[in-house]
Design a protein around this ligand. Structure first.
Ligand code: SAM
Length: 374
């Protein structure tokens, strides 16, 4: 399948949204390891790095990664942590690898402009097909805290042979780019099925707009039963196409950070750069079904129901439910506070519902939700 070269024209709005999510995640990821004791080296991999900048000088993923590292340079020195950045760019078929040369130029100029950066940051450049490079680097990915970007064209490298290798890692977070609407069109073809076999009849039931969410859900179904890996989508509309990021990580802290980034970008649905759930018309009353609930409202209703039914009894269970549903703690906390103010529940051991990562996973502070019988 032929793909349009991303670097032939300036980055469009949806590419920039993707790159901003990449950079926001790097910003959140770097300090979680730098500030931990006993960690002296962390690794970031950008397997499809491009040229560094677009035609108008707008930064691409490698420069954005380096910028986020540079912003936290002080901590690297303070904590004696080194970062190795692995950058790969390869143009299949082409004899002259101009994009790779451009990548090296952009990044070395960036490094030269900040003389102290190179004593903490090392760049490894590669000019190889992902297919041959990934098996060579997977042991490094597994051995160190790693952040992996897979900003491919299309869908090919979402193939199970790579994806399942990442599933086996324990301290790796990854962000995959997928041209999900290609599945809608070609998902049943053999060319697609050799990479990823998805039940397209099932996938199409949710509609075209939600194809990226559906692909992510189908991938979850392929994971081993006892996997710790959690996957979350962020859909990106580009003209008529629906692309997206699939975020994967096994640590709840990583999940918390990615979900916060998504909800900050889109406060209505948290997982798309457009109105994926057709919520714009929700305010109008439907004569037959009444008011349609928004994604946040229906989640809050579910939170209330689960508390009243005694299915969720404390903040530990609540935060797990929040992450499972792709929400943030605040959405649950708002509704718990509301229930408390109406005299429906009490918080035992705290004045707040405490549905945060820090309370649950870091400080292990358990708060029981007691139902007040009337
Ligand atoms: C979507 S672009 C990545 C853009 C980049 N992240 C940026 O911000 O500029 C995908 C890149 O992967 C390169 N590429 C294509 N096939 C590849 C392969 N088999 N192995 C490695 N890189 C490949 C392309 O030349 C292209 O620059």
């Amino acid at each position: 399948m032929a793909y349009k070269d991303l670097h032939d024209s300036p980055f469009d709005e949806s590419t920039i949204a993707k790159l901003e999510i990449f950079q926001d995640y790097a910003q959140a990821w770097i300090p979680t390891f730098v500030m931990q004791p006993h960690i002296s080296e962390i690794h970031i991999f950008d397997f499809f790095a491009g040229t560094g900048y677009d035609k108008n000088g707008v930064a691409g993923s490698p420069i954005r990664i380096l910028t986020k590292i540079q912003e936290q340079k002080g901590y690297l020195f303070q904590k004696n942590v080194n970062i190795v950045v692995h950058l790969n760019e390869f143009e299949p078929i082409k004899k002259k690898q101009q994009k790779f040369e451009q990548l090296k130029k952009s990044c070395s100029e960036f490094m030269e402009a900040d003389s102290s950066l190179s004593s903490r940051v090392k760049i490894e450049y590669y000019n190889e097909d992902f297919e041959t490079l990934f098996p060579k680097l997977i042991s490094t990915i597994k051995d160190y805290p790693s952040l992996v970007y897979l900003d491919q064209n299309g869908i090919k490298f979402l193939s199970e042979k790579y994806f399942m290798e990442l599933e086996k890692t324990s301290q790796t977070d990854f962000l995959y780019f997928v041209s999900s609407s290609y599945f809608w069109r070609f998902g049943k073809s053999d060319e697609f099925k050799i990479h990823l076999d998805i039940d397209m009849d099932e996938a199409k039931k949710n509609g075209y707009k939600k194809i990226h969410r559906t692909i992510t859900r189908e991938l979850r179904n392929k994971l081993p039963v006892y996997t710790k890996l959690k996957l979350y989508p962020f859909s990106l509309r580009k003209g008529v196409n629906i692309h997206g990021i699939i975020f994967g990580a096994s640590h709840p802290r990583a999940v918390d950070k990615f979900l916060s980034i998504g909800w900050k970008r889109n406060g209505d649905n948290g997982d798309a750069n457009f109105d994926i759930d057709d919520e714009a018309g929700n305010a109008q009353l439907d004569l037959f079904v009444g008011q349609k609930l928004s994604k946040i409202e229906s989640f809050k209703q579910e939170v209330c129901d689960r508390i009243r039914e005694g299915v969720i009894k404390n903040n530990f269970e609540m935060l797990n439910f929040v992450y499972e549903q792709g929400h943030i703690g605040k959405h649950a906390a708002d509704c718990l506070k509301d229930m408390k103010s109406k005299g429906e529940i009490n918080f035992i051991g705290s004045s707040s519902p405490s549905v945060t990562y820090d309370n649950v996973f870091k400080n292990k502070k358990k708060v029981e939700y007691q139902i007040i019988k009337k």
